[in-house]
Design a protein around this ligand. Structure first.
Ligand code: SAM
Length: 221
């Protein structure tokens, strides 16, 4: 555990239920957990600032492991013991170090200005976004992908609309950052197709800024 972030773990019943629910899912045979990081994270890696990273709701650690393998000092948080245990095993197999924290995000005090990169994959955290954004270092980048409500049939994502974002929810919540990319689309994920919002945003401000040079692999742009 790093010494500058403060992690407080409590035992509220709601947290115990959340943990139990996710532990059951991770223990079930049908829960398909991908190995690869969020595609946007992989694609943007060369444009991201080096340093310290945080993966929120890390699951079995796909983003955290990717960041650690690419030289970041990584903290990763998840409420599920089963997920964190699997993530630890994956890290050991790959020979990478990550500071794993089994905790409910609601019970974690994130240190302000601490992280150069923060990733959130498929975890509804709008109410936590003020603290998440505050935890970004100056010029730190948030990479966030989550399920959307969709009128098209999609195969993957929360069954309850409650846990899906509406169009522009994520964008609106991050307008105090510099939006480097925001897209809403359907894309293939483990287990089928999902409707997702993907956001990349930097903790910077000002009318004139420096922008990353992003070479798209499928074109000469
Ligand atoms: C759909 S999974 C996504 C996992 C991972 N980010 C990925 O993309 O593979 C959602 C994760 O959120 C975690 N989670 C749910 N509620 C949480 C909470 N309150 N605090 C921390 N993690 C939580 C679950 O344990 C689960 O691992």
């Amino acid at each position: 555990m790093n010494t500058t972030s403060k992690y407080i773990v409590s035992v509220y019943p709601a947290m115990a239920e959340e943990r139990e629910r996710w532990n059951e899912r991770y223990s079930g045979v049908d829960f398909d957990v991908p190995d690869d990081p969020i595609p946007e994270l992989e694609r943007r890696l060369s444009t991201l600032p080096d340093g310290k990273a945080l993966d929120i709701a890390t699951g079995t650690g796909r983003n955290a492991l990717f960041l650690a393998a690419n030289g970041y000092d990584v903290d990763a948080i998840d409420v599920s013991d089963v997920a964190i245990e699997t993530a630890r095993e994956r890290a050991a197999e790959r020979g990478v170090d990550v500071n794993w924290h089994r905790a409910d995000l609601a019970d974690v005090d994130l240190a302000a200005g601490e992280y150069d990169v923060i990733t959130v994959g498929f975890f509804a955290a709008l109410e936590h976004l003020p603290a998440i954004k505050e935890a970004l270092a100056p010029d730190g980048v948030l990479v966030y992908e989550h399920h959307l409500r969709s009128s098209d049939p999609v195969e993957v994502g929360p069954s309850s609309e409650r846990y899906r974002y509406r169009s522009n929810d994520l964008l609106r919540a991050c307008l105090d950052l510099t939006i480097l990319a925001y897209e809403e689309r359907r894309r293939p994920v483990a287990g089928g197709t999902a409707a997702v919002a993907t956001l990349v945003a930097r903790n910077s401000s000002g009318g004139t800024q420096s922008y990353p040079k992003l070479i798209l692999s499928d074109s000469s742009q």
